[in-house]
Design a protein around this ligand. Structure first.
Ligand code: 13P
Ligand code: SF4
Length: 347
């Protein structure tokens, strides 16, 4: 997604909904009119207009996760996607500044892959319960307990944890990464449900950790059965951070971009995305003919990112994501191996 700026840069912080702002943001409102009421647009539009000017002025790029609210996802993000796509984009962008409209581990991953760029996160408290569930010390203990067993670490972790790992994965490539290791046993951290769901698709034995996503652990298999009774014919798509019981009830399981891709490809008449709330809004904005049922849960960490703090972040270059170099050198290896491929015994 590219937001094209065709207007001169306005350096003042005038956030009134003027006719100029209305005119220059009309094409953006057209993208989100199905999910953002007209009455709310005068609040969003001036900030969107200012953010898009500042990006051009500072050669900054905004990377937006699929869980961002629609005014961020569709109106200021230059590139939007799942964790894997955001990491790939962070590695290849030629912008001077990356603003991560997502959570802290995503900003850290961007910094690992683009160490010479300024990486900003609008709110330092945009964390993740999975990232909080494990420390580098925990990984060292596990490695001592299972010597020689490779450690595959979900990107939803701190740089400290990545530094202790052999290779990273996301929900979009976990099966491929684990199969590619070519070993009979792996440790997969920290999401127990993602590990159990992946274990069903690979031949290897997987040693798990007890991390959980606060958003996805809330869904139950009974929720899905009730949904199918209430909405006959509904197609159920679920994120692999849900429990294996939920995944067993779903028609498809995949990363956030995997689910969006499924909707775009198969265009089900009625669908539910068993994941974070904003995801349905963002996909629904692009598919006005599809009926979305929305028994979603909010991620309190993703929701810390708003237009107002994105604007402050760009104006004041805050908050810069910095990683201790000794940690970064080792953590980068795990992330780069995920992107380029690796097997134990190779460099
Ligand atoms: P994706 O990589 O599928 O976007 O997932 C990230 C995440 O945090 C889901 O809760
Ligand atoms: Fe972490 Fe879950 Fe929020 Fe994703 S949805 S950032 S896994 S807490």
């Amino acid at each position: 997604m590219n937001v094209v700026n065709t207007v001169p840069i306005n350096t003042s912080r005038d956030l009134r909904f003027t006719s100029e702002v209305e005119q220059h943001t009309a094409h953006l409102y057209a993208k989100v009119s199905k999910v953002i009421p007209e009455v709310e647009w005068p609040i969003f539009a001036p900030m969107i207009h200012r953010i898009n000017h500042l990006k051009a002025e500072k050669n900054a790029v905004i990377l937006g996760h699929n869980y961002m609210t629609p005014e961020i996802f569709h109106c200021v993000a230059d590139f939007a996607g799942d964790s894997l796509a955001l990491a790939r984009h962070a590695a290849s962008t030629d912008a001077d500044i990356i603003v991560m409209a997502g959570v802290h581990f995503m900003a850290e991953t961007a910094k690992l892959l683009s160490p010479d760029k300024k990486v900003l996160i609008p709110d330092m408290d945009a964390g993740c319960t999975l990232a909080e569930s494990i420390t580098g010390e925990d990984v060292r203990k596990l490695k001592a307990q299972y010597p020689g067993v490779p450690v595959v670490t979900y990107v939803n972790t701190s740089a400290d944890v990545k530094a202790e790992s052999d290779i990273c994965c996301t929900s979009g490539n976990a099966v491929e990464i684990i199969e590619g290791l070519g070993v009979p046993r792996v440790i997969m951290l920290p999401d127990e449900y993602l590990a159990l769901n992946t274990a069903k698709k690979v031949k290897q034995e997987i040693i798990t950790w007890k991390g959980r996503c606060v958003v996805h652990e809330m869904f139950t298999a009974e929720d899905i059965r009730v949904m199918r009774t209430d909405h006959p014919g509904i197609v159920v798509l679920a994120h692999p951070e849900c429990s294996p019981e939920v995944i067993d009830e779903a028609d498809y399981s995949g990363s956030t971009s995997g689910m969006a891709g499924y909707v775009a490809k198969y265009k089900p008449a009625k669908v539910v995305l068993v994941t974070e709330c904003s995801m349905s809004d963002n996909v629904a904005a692009e598919h006005p003919d599809i009926d979305f049922v929305r028994p979603c849960n909010l991620c309190p960490f993703m929701k810390k990112i708003e237009l107002s703090n994105i604007l402050t972040s760009l104006e004041s270059d805050q908050h810069q994501v910095l990683i201790d170099e000794a940690v970064a050198v080792r953590a980068r290896v795990s992330v780069e191996r995920m992107l380029t491929g690796w097997a134990p015994g190779s460099a």
